[in-house]
Design a protein around this ligand. Sequence first.
Ligand code: FEO
Length: 388
Amino acid sequence: MKAVEIKKGVYWVGAIDWGIRDFHGYTTLRGTTYNAYLIIDEETTLIDTVKAPFFQEMMERIRSVAEPGDIRNIVTNHVEMDHSGSLAKLVHVVPDARIYASRRAGEGIASYHGIEEITTVGTGDTLETLSFVEAPMLHWPDNMMAYCPEEKVLFSNDAFGQHLASAARFNDQVEEHALWEEAAKYYANILMPFGGLIEKKIGEVTDMGLDIEVICPSHGVVWRDGPSRIVQRYLDWAAGKDADKVLVVYDTMWQSTELLAREITEAVAERGVDVRLFKLRADDKSDIMREVLEAGTVIIGSPTLNNKMYPSVAEFLNYLTGLRPAGRRFAVFGSFGWGGGASREIIEVLEKAKLEVVKPPLDVKFRPGDDLREKVEEFVDMVLEGGR
Ligand code: FEO
C-alpha cells in the first residue's frame, strides 16, 4: 500500500474502510476513509492518524515515502477515535515526536490514549510550514484545522468530508452524483447542528485571506477541483437555501396512518410541491436526514400505541431533534383506537427542541372514513400556509 502525493511534499497516508456500513448509527453504504496526511519538509509531520484497526495500513503507506522514525511532529486536529485512534500505537514507534493539538483536546487524548504530554496550539500558532485555525464544534469542541500556505492546502478534518470509500483520492476522479450525495448526507448527519458556527468559521477563514487550492478533509476524497464549490454548498446548507421540499415521514400499525400518509403526499404533490414519502422501519433514518437538509416542511405521522407515539417514530425523533434542523416547519398526523396520545407527544418533543410546529395535528380514530380527502385537503392547505 502506497502514499498518494496530494501536492509537493504532501502525501495522503490514510486508510480505506470499504466494509463499514454503520458509523455510530449512520449508515455508510459506500464505506469511508480515514485520512491522515504526511508532510515531508525540513521536519516530517503527520496530520491525524486513522481508526485503530487500520494502523498498519497507515504505517505501510508512510513507509512507502518516509522512514516512520523520521516523524517529528504529530498534529491531532480532532480527538474522536476515527482520527486519533492510532495515536498510542504511533507514539510507541516515534516516542520523541511532539503531539500538537488544541487546548480542548488534551483531556480526550489523556483519557483515550494515556498521553499527557501535548503541545497546545490555537488560531494563529504555527509549526514549520503549518498554521492552525481552531474550529470548535466542527465537529467536537476540540476540532481544529491546519493550513499550509506554501502549498495552499487546508487540512479541514471533519469539515467537508464524505463517507465515501474509493480507490481514487480526488474529487475529480469519482462519480459526481455519489460524491455530492455523500457530502450532503455527511453534513446532514454530522454537522447540521452547527450550521451557525459553520457560517461564522467560513467567514473567519475568508477574512484571514487564506488562499486555498486544495481542501484535505479527514473522510472521503480530497477537493482539488473547484474546492470553493463545497465551501459554498456548506454556506447554502447552513442558511437553509433551496430547502423547499416537503417530507412525509411515518410509521403504521394497522395501515390507517399509512392511508393518511399516502393521501397527504398526493395532496401536496397536486399543489405542485416537491414531496417525498418515507416509511420508518423501511427507510433509514440517516437517509431521511439527508432529505431533511433540503426540506422546508416535515410532516410526521404515527399511530398511537399504549397512549404514546410508535417506538420507531420516537427513535427517529430522538435522532432528528439531536441534529436540530432549525428553520424547518413541522406538522403531525396519526391514527388511534382508544384515547390517542401520539400526536400530542410528538408535538411536545418537537416544541421542546424549539422546532416550529404547525397545529392542529390531523388525527383520525380507527380508520379514515369517507371524509378522508376533505380532511387531508384542509390539513395540507393549513400546513403549506403555515398554520391557522
Ligand atoms: Fe470523523 Fe468527529 O470524527
